[in-house]
Design a protein around this ligand. Structure first.
Ligand SMILES: C[S@@+](CC[C@H](N)C(=O)[O-])C[C@H]1O[C@@H](n2cnc3c(N)ncnc32)[C@H](O)[C@@H]1O
Length: 227
């Protein structure tokens, strides 16, 4: 059977998953990534986990349809709770808010292991995630962008190296795209433009409520200078 076709956002995980990996896909929903990665043989085994019953049922059905039930274990779990026993080498957390991803990582201190790779795609608050990773001693392994349905998504890949760092606001917001050249990454300018739009809408809301937005406006001006 032909493997599922991954959209651009999900595809960004694939090159970062190491050959022979044991994958944990947290918040798997349909288990598209575990099916794809074990179906191609890139991953040796995968745990597809989700906090909700509906997604886990969907995931198990999908895995069975592809005849991969011996390679993908579906598990109902909150974040990484209980997943340590599968000894995942490559952990994927895609399609959740950045603050929730931080909470999931904070609750699983065992991911502070240089052998474990974290492949993360925050839907919101990428800046919280990058700040947490840097301050907790995770080094960035790679960063890529994707476009899906008119939105730009950031994928951040990291591994623990035990050297905490503080990062500035621009790096937290854009990672390597704060300084990269537009020619190198065609989605860089659309990402920055999108972030300006989101932050401007938030600032306008605050102003309407009579609150000061000096800091927000200054940050938006710095983002404009990056374009
Ligand atoms: C928007 S879907 C993303 C699905 C898939 N990872 C993707 O990127 O296309 C978010 C999924 O995360 C699950 N989820 C939310 N909070 C979770 C948590 N604390 N632990 C595990 N799964 C969670 C939801 O049930 C849902 O299936």
């Amino acid at each position: 059977m032909q493997l599922p076709k991954l959209d651009h956002r999900l595809q960004t995980a694939v090159p970062f998953v190491r050959e022979g990996a044991t994958v944990a896909d947290v918040g798997t929903d349909h288990a598209y990534l575990p099916v794809f990665l074990t179906g191609t043989g890139q991953a040796r085994f995968a745990v597809a986990s989700d906090i909700n019953e509906g997604p886990i049922e969907r995931a198990a059905q999908h895995v069975a349809e592809y005849g991969l039930s011996d390679k993908v274990k579906t598990v109902r779990a909150d974040g990484l709770a209980g997943l340590e026993e599968y000894r995942p080498t490559d952990i994927i957390v895609f399609g959740m808010g950045g603050e929730l991803i931080v909470r999931i990582l904070r609750d699983a201190p065992w991911v502070k292991d240089p052998a474990i790779r974290l492949i993360l795609q925050p839907m919101t608050h990428a800046e919280c995630l990058r700040r947490y990773l840097a301050e907790e001693g995770f080094a960035t392994v790679g960063e890529v962008l994707s476009r899906e349905g008119g939105k730009i998504y950031q994928t951040v890949v990291a591994a623990y190296n035990g050297t905490p760092q503080s990062i500035d606001a621009l790096t937290a917001e854009l990672g390597r795209f704060a300084t990269a050249k537009n020619e190198e990454e065609p989605l860089r300018a659309p990402l920055i433009a999108h972030r300006i739009e989101v932050l401007e809408a938030a600032a306008a809301g605050k102003e309407k409520a009579g609150r000061d937005t000096g800091a927000e406006r200054a940050f938006i001006a710095r983002l404009r200078e990056c374009l």
